[in-house]
Design a protein. Structure first.
Length: 438
């Protein structure tokens, strides 16, 4: 009788200790041996990546002037937006303040960076104040571009059958209300992902699965049509995961359209227009989950810092080496988090592995040493497939599955423990990451 219970407790403990790879700390900076320095370090952006970088740098360096610049006073636990949009957590679950995670000795400037000047080694805020640096850590995140979809406005979220969990906690909650109303009646649900790079690329799939499950639980699945529009010819960037999702969609009667990118929306008529290889295609909907195009913030796009050519140039992602996260042309600049122009890594779990690498290179250079720390592209996606079940998908630049708990958690199995990690264990480890402790 006790064996299953003990196993469940052991798995919960395991989940709390290392949710989705978040708490498996790379062996980087040792806080017991601080490096003395007068270096000026500016961190642009105080989201997950910026706060984690500030915490680790303040622990590793003695005497450095560390300046953290970001105008937003609220801090959002973005991995929880899907949970808010699914009625699993309240909006307040994902909201805290930036100031509570800023380590002692780090100056917080509550403004936006308006200009990046890597040649002059300074950034300029919207008030015109210049901040000179010896090292710059760019952690600005990305910008949601709802305005690039014709007819789409942020105020529409939660109205006329339109949802979008990405915008904010309030809009995620409004999305839940719209989706729940759809699940009560049935009809045609349209889901999609943008044609750009995006944060948490598994979220569009999660929300499709969750909506499908709510329809089934409320007895409306037979009255509903669920359609997923992929922007390319796959459902996920890792082929084996893409195939698993395809099989689950087929099993659950979720229709799939490939090479469809949302171009326009008519809220009054409830018609979405997609670009396809053959032209445009209109799709009617009773509920639509809109995920906007995403790109670098304008001050980054207008600076010398983005990729100049290649796949990441048009959207303005930072031109960094994918292993060291050091800028290719400006050696004293590093990019971490969503802004980085690397093949994988726009998740909170990736931040956990990126930040120690960038920090180690900065600290080593200050100490007159070199670092061999590399980011291998680790990304984690706790992919919810129904309420109470998820697949813990972890992979790297090579699309290799890199499970943190081999033999315990099978990455392509729909498991209760993976659901627990997503809904319970991930947030505490995330907070530890912000404080530089995980």
């Amino acid at each position: 009788m006790d064996q299953p219970l003990n196993r469940r407790r052991a798995l919960l403990t395991l989940g709390a200790a290392g949710a989705a790879g978040i708490a498996l700390t790379p062996g980087i900076a040792n806080a017991a041996n601080k490096v003395k320095t007068t270096a000026r370090i500016v961190i642009a952006g105080a989201g997950a990546a910026g706060l984690a970088a500030a915490s680790r740098l303040s622990e590793a360096l003695d005497g450095a002037k560390i300046t953290l610049i970001d105008a937003r006073k609220e801090h959002f636990y973005q991995p929880g937006f899907t949970l808010v949009g699914s009625g699993i957590k309240p909006a307040g679950y994902v909201v805290s303040t930036t100031a509570e995670y800023v380590p002692a000795g780090v100056e917080l400037v509550q403004e936006r960076v308006a200009e990046f000047d890597p040649e002059g080694k300074k950034v300029v805020t919207e008030s015109g104040e210049a901040h000179a640096y010896d090292f710059l850590v760019v952690a600005t995140g990305m910008k949601l571009e709802y305005g690039l979809i014709e007819g789409m406005e942020e105020d529409l979220i939660g109205k006329n059958g339109i949802g979008s969990i990405y915008h904010s906690p309030a809009k995620a909650e409004a999305t839940w209300q719209a989706m729940s109303a759809f699940a009560d009646k049935g009809g045609r649900g349209v889901f999609l992902r943008p044609g750009t790079e995006m944060k948490c690329a598994g979220a569009p799939l999660k929300y499709t699965f969750i909506t499908d499950d709510y329809l089934s639980r409320r007895g409306q699945r037979s009255k509903a049509e669920v359609v997923y529009n992929s922007n390319n010819k796959a459902l996920f960037s890792v082929p084996i995961v893409s195939e698993k999702v395809r099989m689950l969609f087929q099993e659950r009667g979720i229709q799939v359209n490939y090479e469809r990118v949302l171009k326009a929306i008519d809220p009054g008529k409830r018609i979405a227009t997609f670009n396809t290889p053959a032209g445009t295609e209109e799709q009617g909907y009773d509920f639509i989950h809109v995920i906007p195009p995403m790109r670098a913030p304008e001050p980054i796009r207008n600076s010398p810092l983005p990729w100049q050519t290649g796949a990441w140039a048009a959207e303005g992602w930072l031109e960094v080496d994918k292993g060291t996260l050091r800028h290719v042309r400006y050696r004293n600049v590093f990019g971490v988090g969503d802004i980085s122009g690397v093949p994988k890594g726009k998740t909170a779990a990736s931040v956990k592995w990126q930040v120690p690498v960038a920090v180690d290179h900065i600290v080593a250079e200050i100490a007159g040493k070199t670092s061999d720390a590399l980011y291998t592209g680790y990304t984690s996606c706790p992919l919810i497939t129904r309420l109470g079940r998820a697949m813990l998908v972890e992979f790297d630049y090579q699309n290799n599955l890199v499970p943190s708990f081999p033999g315990v958690i099978a990455p392509l199995e729909e498991l209760w423990i993976s659901w627990v990690m997503k809904t319970m264990a991930l947030k505490p480890t995330y907070i530890s990451m912000l404080r530089g402790r995980a």
